[in-house]
Design a binder for this molecule. Structure first.
Ligand code: GUN
Length: 281
């Protein structure tokens, strides 16, 4: 079998089209949705991600409110920036790009974000609501994965889902959402025993551990859906967490890297921003 490709770039374009219509409806009421992005330091990957977020805002008519702090900015300076953006009525969604420099306590920063403006869904209150099955906002990468599956008419209920990677940004929220959608969820990590065996029993694999091609193609079950969240630079090339060419031979559905989950994450960030603007008014 050669898997059907889930084209995240094309689906993201469609979702952005819907978001643009909602932006126009807000504009007709005199409201411009605004997204504040805070970037600390000069991590090259973070710079690229944040630049893409800001560029997409402009493309959709969302105001981009940019705050860039140097790598040696103090935690206090960052907390003051967050407080200023919390109080800014132009800002409906606010995110602080992760990871932060090691001298800053990221938990303290995420707790400082107004939960109503928490466009990533990383504030403890919003994590709690998600865990309870009453989400205020769904984290962008998780929402991007779910939307791609939905648009492919992939039914989640009853499926064996194996998630590899237990980050607060992707692995944990994706596990909670898939569970709420009635999948049987296994959340794997670096200490998991027999990862090949678990992946081989999965109907749905979500690879989100940030290790280039660590999920071997021959682990994947025939016909499985494979969602690759990884973006790893290997020399000049970008590769995912899945050994794509080999996995594609066995899977039923697979996302490419680049052009899979990445564009969907940004599209869902835009959608979340507009949802927060609609709720604020
Ligand atoms: N770093 C990697 N992914 C994300 C994300 O979705 N949001 C934020 N704030 N930082 C990230």
């Amino acid at each position: 079998m050669s898997a059907k490709l889930l084209d995240g770039k094309a689906v993201a374009e469609q979702e952005n089209g819907r978001t643009r219509e909602r932006v126009e409806a807000l504009a007709a009421r005199g409201i411009t949705p605004g997204l504040a992005t805070v970037l600390v330091g000069d991590n090259p990957a973070s710079r690229v991600y944040v630049a893409n977020k800001r560029k997409t805002c402009k493309k959709l008519g969302i105001a981009s409110i940019d705050a860039d702090l140097p790598a040696d900015a103090s935690e206090q300076q960052l907390l003051e920036t967050v407080a200023r953006l919390n109080a800014d009525s132009r800002v409906h969604g606010l995110l602080v790009q992760m990871p932060l420099p090691s001298h800053i306590d990221d938990h303290k920063v995420l707790e400082a974000i107004d939960p109503r403006k928490d466009v990533d869904g990383f504030h403890p209150q919003n994590v709690g609501l998600l865990a309870l099955g009453r989400p205020w906002i769904i984290p962008c990468t998780t929402q991007g994965i779910l939307r791609l599956l939905e648009r492919a008419e992939y039914g989640i209920a009853g499926k064996n889902a194996v998630i590899v990677g237990r980050s607060n940004i992707v692995g944990k929220p994706t596990a909670l959402l898939l569970l709420a959608l009635h999948a049987t969820v296994t959340l794997c990590h670096t200490r998991t025993r027999d990862l090949p065996g678990l992946v081989g029993r999965a109907d749905l694999v979500v690879a989100a551990m940030g290790r280039p091609e660590a999920i071997r193609g021959d682990w994947v079950a025939e016909g499985a859906a494979v969602i690759d969240v990884g973006i790893n630079r290997v020399g000049e090339k970008l590769v995912g967490d899945v050994e794509f060419a080999a996995a594609r031979e066995r899977a039923g559905l697979i996302t490419p890297v680049p052009g899979g989950v990445g564009p969907m994450t940004i599209a869902m960030l835009m959608e979340n921003t507009v949802s927060l603007a609609e709720r604020a008014h």
